[in-house]
Design a binder for this molecule. Structure first.
Ligand code: NAP
Length: 499
């Protein structure tokens, strides 16, 4: 327990962190660095890593440069490529979590079933029947972790193997098989080149074409790695260069800034023009919406793969799935041994199905019934002392979510520090601040590529994107310090942390 300037003892909070993926590990490290020790970290699976544990499909990689997709306090001189593969990223998180002493304290195979707020305390019940009564809950369950299966007639009748990319069947060889992939998003464009090398025949079912920006995946030589190991400033320089490019070209390009958007458009159009030889195939791969409307794909292997002799791009709609394969709207039957569903994730589920009950018994499903929103992506009205990492409106167009998470973690720590100093027992957000934040999000969406007329996972049922519509610098500046006038301090009968 520390001492405040006025001599009063600082309170030590108890915290439950839900999820041991990239944000959960980060949060625990940051909490401990702030001197907070009473932390319980729950992880539903047997290993940490979240996205990188779940997604093990061939070709899985991060399309953000690896040196940027790294905690700022734990640079990695040993990345093998500009865009690291999933396994390498998972190893990075395992190594970092172990190094900072997080792994040993993770409660593996234990998920949070419910979190209920009462009088400044949260009661978290777990799948193993344990109960944790704590001052704060920090939800680190990520955005894209609920696989979506397509609603296609007959899906269940397929007699071959059918599975979602996030439920990859490592036991299944695709060699010599007739394989179908439904979807052409970021996942599929990484997966298709690898499957094409193995399968006898690959049918790619494309509903909507995608714009693809070519950024080569440069390998780092042993010399590069040795140099980085003894010159950490060089890594910093590289990160700054990547950051500059992402901020000023990719992020601005998709969020309504004309010159970078024109640059990206020309880049993607030239890429299609010069990478795909056959004019008919090129036509079928050409999207009819603005570059950046869907999440921009960064890839150099998809176009070569789709032109292979054993790969067939199918652009007729899927009519139904039969026990033998897929029938398209032109009546053609595509006979398959394996059907891979690269059909994305539900970005609005967040921590659910966990039950979360806030002030006056308010259920999260009720709070989010009409719209999934938050205040500053971190706080939900009526859920005091419950914080979200990577909440709604976090993603910044093609920028590193690790960088965004570090900003969010610092913001949460600043709020917790005020609780430690006894400024409040619990903190709710004012309705007007919540409304104003979400109006500002809506305002910022005007003129962005995301609202230019396409369907994407960025959009909610009202067509509002759940991403951050402004620049990276504005994100950092708005999150620098909580505006305390936006909050309602709550004082509890038995002050929390004093029991
Ligand atoms: P996605 O971008 O949502 O793509 C889903 C694909 O499935 C789309 O092509 C969609 O077509 C298609 N689809 C869905 N339902 C369908 C149906 N009923 N019939 C036919 N086609 C259907 O999902 P994702 O590729 O898994 O990527 C999701 C996000 O994960 C990415 O945007 C990215 O943020 C993240 N991710 C990142 C990386 C990385 O390198 N950092 C890698 C993989 C994924 P429509 O376009 O017509 O809807």
């Amino acid at each position: 327990m520390g001492i405040e300037e006025n001599g009063a003892a600082l309170r030590s909070p108890s915290v439950v962190v839900i999820g041991a993926g990239m944000t959960g590990i980060l949060m625990v490290i940051r909490l401990r660095q702030a001197g907070i020790k009473d932390i319980t970290i729950l992880e539903k699976k047997t290993d940490l890593g979240g996205t990188w544990r779940e997604n093990i499909y061939p070709g899985v990689a991060c399309d953000i440069p690896a040196h940027m997709y790294t905690y700022s306090f734990e640079p990695n001189p040993d990345w093998s490529h500009r865009f690291a593969g999933g396994e390498e990223i998972q190893q990075y998180f395992q190594r970092t979590s172990a190094k900072y002493g997080v792994t040993d304290s993770i409660h593996f195979n234990e998920s949070a079933i419910s979190s209920v707020y009462d009088n400044g305390r949260w009661t978290v019940e777990t799948s193993l029947g344990n109960t944790h009564k704590v001052d704060f809950v920090i939800n680190c369950t990520g955005i894209l972790h609920h696989p979506v299966l397509p609603k296609i007639k007959g899906l269940g009748s397929f007699e071959g193997e059918a599975f979602h990319t996030a439920q990859w069947r490592s036991d299944l060889s695709l060699e010599g098989k007739k394989v179908g992939v439904i979807g052409t998003g970021s996942t599929a464009t990484q997966l298709i080149p690898e499957v094409a090398k193995e399968a006898n025949k690959l049918s790619v079912f494309q509903r909507t074409a995608q714009w693809v920006a070519p950024v080569p995946n440069k390998p780092f030589s042993n010399w590069n790695k040795r140099f980085f190991r003894s010159n950490f400033w060089a890594i910093k320089l590289l990160v700054n260069a990547y950051s500059f490019g992402l901020k000023h070209i990719f992020t601005k390009g998709v969020s309504g800034h004309k010159i970078p958007h024109t640059f990206l458009s020309v880049l993607c159009k030239l890429n299609l023009r010069f990478s795909v030889k056959d004019p008919d195939l090129r036509k079928r791969l050409r999207p009819d919406y603005q570059v950046g409307c869907k999440r921009l794909i960064i890839n150099t292997t998809f176009y070569p793969a789709i032109q292979r002799d054993n790969v067939d791009l199918v652009t007729e709609g899927i009519q139904e799935i039969t026990p033998r394969g897929v029938i398209t709207t032109d009546g053609k039957e595509h006979v398959l041994d394996v059907l891979i569903l690269s059909t994305g994730f539900d970005p609005f589920a967040f921590m659910r199905p966990m039950a979360v009950t806030g002030l006056n018994g308010l259920d999260i499903n009720e709070a989010w019934r009409d719209k999934v929103q938050s205040y500053r992506s971190v706080v939900i009205p009526n859920f005091p002392n419950f914080f979200l990492m990577l909440g709604p409106n976090t993603p910044i167009g093609n920028y590193s979510v690790i960088a965004m998470s570090e900003v969010q973690a610092d913001y949460i720590l600043k709020l917790i520090a005020q609780w430690q100093a006894r400024d409040f027992d619990a903190l709710d957000v004012k309705p007007e601040a919540f409304i104003s934040f979400n109006q500002s999000m809506k305002e910022g969406m005007k003129g962005t590529a995301w609202t230019s007329g396409c369907q994407s996972w960025y959009l909610d049922a009202d067509g509002d994107p759940v991403v951050w519509p402004y620049t990276w610098d504005r994100w950092v500046s708005e999150m620098k310090a909580p505006s305390m006038e936006d909050f309602i301090p709550l004082y509890c009968e038995t002050p929390a942390g004093q029991s």
